[in-house]
Design a protein around this ligand. Structure first.
Ligand SMILES: C[S@@+](CC[C@H](N)C(=O)[O-])C[C@H]1O[C@@H](n2cnc3c(N)ncnc32)[C@H](O)[C@@H]1O
Length: 380
C-alpha cells in the first residue's frame, strides 16, 4: 500500500493527525506540519476531498542526500520512473522546490535539475520533450531539501487545499481557511455551542465552523484535483469517495442563530457576507458592525466560545493601538461573556500581556510564517 504525506502549517500536525484518524485513515507518523498515512488511492481521494486542515497530499517517491545538483539528477534519473505519471508527452508539468538548512540553497537550480532528469527520461521514452506549465500544469512534482535530505513527491491535490473557493475578495490579513479550521479543531468545539468572532474580518472562522456544522466537505465542489490526470486514476473509487462525502452533509435547523461575526470595518463585513453567500452558509451567520469596545450585550443567552484573531502590530496598526484593542477585548470579555471560553490568536507577547488575563492552554502555530500562540481563556 502506498504511503501518503498530508501537509499543513507548522503547529497543525496534531489537528491534522486527529482529523485523518477521524476519516478512518491509518496514521503512521506525525510531525509539526505533516502527517504520514498508509492508504490505497481511495484514501488519498478521501483525504483530498474531506480534510479541512491539510493544504496538500503528497505521494513520496524518492529520498536521498544531495549536496550538489548532480546528486539530484543522478538519483532522479536512475532510481524512479517519472514518466509513469504522464498519460502522454502532451501532458505539461511543473516542479515546486523548497530548500532550507542545506548546501543546495538555490530553489530554482534545484527545480531545474529535477526538471532536466524528468525531461531526459521522457525523451528516452517518447523521443520528445514535455512542456513546463507553471500556471495550469497537468502533473506537479515537489522537491524539498532539508538539512541536505532530499524528498521528491508527486503532488496529488493540485492547487492548495486551503483554497476552498468562497474567498475571492481580499481583506487585510485574512486567516487561511485550513488554519482557521485547524484552530477551531484545537478548541474541541462540540458543534453545538455558539461561536462569536469579535474581529471577524472576512469571516473565515465563522464560515469554516458553519461548514463543519453542515458536514460540508471542502473538496466536493472543487472541480479538479491533480490526481485525476494521473494514469492510475480510478474514477469509480473517486466517485464513491465523493458520494460518501455528500452523504456526510447534514440538514441544520437554523431557528437558533449560533454564529455571530463583528468587526469595526464595514468593508470587511461586506466581504465576509459575500464570502458566506459563496460558501452557502450565509443563512447561518449574523454579521454586524460593532467595534470591540462597543458591545452592549452578549448576542446569545447560551454560553459558547469566542474566537478572535486581532490585528498584528507588524502588519496592521502600530503596537500601541494593538495593545489598546487587547485591553478593550479583555474588558468586553469579562463584562459580556462571563462563563464563556475565549480563544485568541496572538502574534506578539506584549499585546497578550495587555489582556491582563491568564490563559489555561497555549498552542504554538504559524500564520503565514509568523509564530503565534493560540491561547485559551476561561472567562469568569
Ligand atoms: C487580522 S484581521 C482578522 C482576520 C480574520 N480572522 C479573517 O480571517 O479575515 C483583524 C480584524 O480586526 C478588525 N479590527 C481592528 N480593530 C478593531 C476594533 N477595535 N473592533 C473590532 N474589530 C477591529 C479589523 O478590521 C480586521 O478585520
Amino acid at each position: 500500500m502506498p504511503k501518503f504525506i498530508a501537509v499543513s502549517s507548522k503547529g497543525l500536525g496534531p489537528s491534522l493527525a486527529e482529523e485523518l484518524k477521524g476519516l478512518s485513515l491509518k496514521v503512521l507518523e506525525q510531525g509539526e506540519s505533516n502527517v504520514t498515512f498508509d492508504s490505497n488511492w481511495a484514501g488519498c481521494y478521501k483525504a483530498n476531498l474531506r480534510s479541512r486542515v491539510a493544504t496538500g497530499i503528497l505521494l513520496p517517491v524518492l529520498d536521498f542526500p544531495a549536496y550538489q545538483p548532480e546528486d539530484i539528477y543522478n538519483n532522479a534519473i536512475k532510481k524512479h520512473d517519472f514518466t509513469k505519471y504522464f498519460r502522454s508527452i502532451d501532458d505539461t508539468f511543473t516542479i515546486q522546490a523548497t530548500t532550507s538548512d542545506s548546501k543546495l540553497r538555490d530553489q530554482r537550480l534545484v527545480a531545474m535539475t529535477l526538471k532536466d532528469a524528468i525531461v531526459d527520461q521522457c525523451y528516452k521514452k517518447w523521443d520528445a520533450r514535455p512542456s513546463i506549465d507553471n500556471a495550469k500544469p497537468k502533473i506537479i512534482f515537489s522537491i524539498r531539501i532539508f538539512k541536505n535530505n532530499t524528498s521528491i513527491a508527486v503532488v496529488t491535490n493540485g492547487a492548495s487545499l486551503s483554497q476552498r473557493g468562497y474567498r475571492t475578495e481580499r481583506t487585510e490579513a485574512p486567516l487561511r481557511e485550513h488554519l482557521a479550521a485547524g484552530l477551531i479543531q484545537l478548541t474541541d468545539w462540540d458543534g453545538e455551542a455558539p461561536i462569536v468572532d469579535l474581529m471577524c474580518g472576512s469571516g473565515t472562522f465563522l464560515i469554516e465552523a458553519a461548514l463543519m456544522k453542515r458536514g460540508v466537505s471542502p473538496g466536493v465542489d472543487r472541480g479538479a484535483f491533480a490526481f485525476q490526470h494521473y494514469p492510475s486514476f480510478d474514477e469509480e473509487a473517486f466517485q464513491s469517495s465523493v458520494d460518501e462525502a455528500l452523504e456526510a452533509e447534514k440538514e441544520v435547523d437554523i431557528e437558533e442563530p449560533m454564529f455571530f461575526g463583528f468587526d469595526i470595518s464595514s468593508k470587511a463585513l461586506d466581504i465576509a457576507k459575500r464570502n458566506a453567500q459563496r460558501a452557502e452558509v450565509d443563512d447561518m451567520i449574523s454579521f454586524a458592525r460593532v467595534p470591540v469596545s462597543a458591545h452592549k450585550q452578549c448576542p446569545t443567552e447560551k454560553k459558547g466560545i469566542v474566537l478572535v484573531n486581532p490585528p498584528y502590530g507588524k502588519r496592521l496598526e502600530d503596537l500601541h493601538t494593538i495593545q489598546d484593542i487587547y485591553r478593550d477585548l479583555a474588558f468586553i470579555l469579562k463584562r459580556q461573556f462571563k462563563g464563556w471560553t475565549a480563544w485568541i490568536l496572538s502574534g506578539d507577547k506584549s499585546s497578550t500581556a495587555a489582556l491582563g488575563l491568564k490563559n489555561s492552554k497555549s498552542y504554538t502555530v504559524y500564520n503565514g510564517g509568523i509564530e503565534c500562540r493560540w491561547l485559551r481563556y476561561e472567562i469568569r
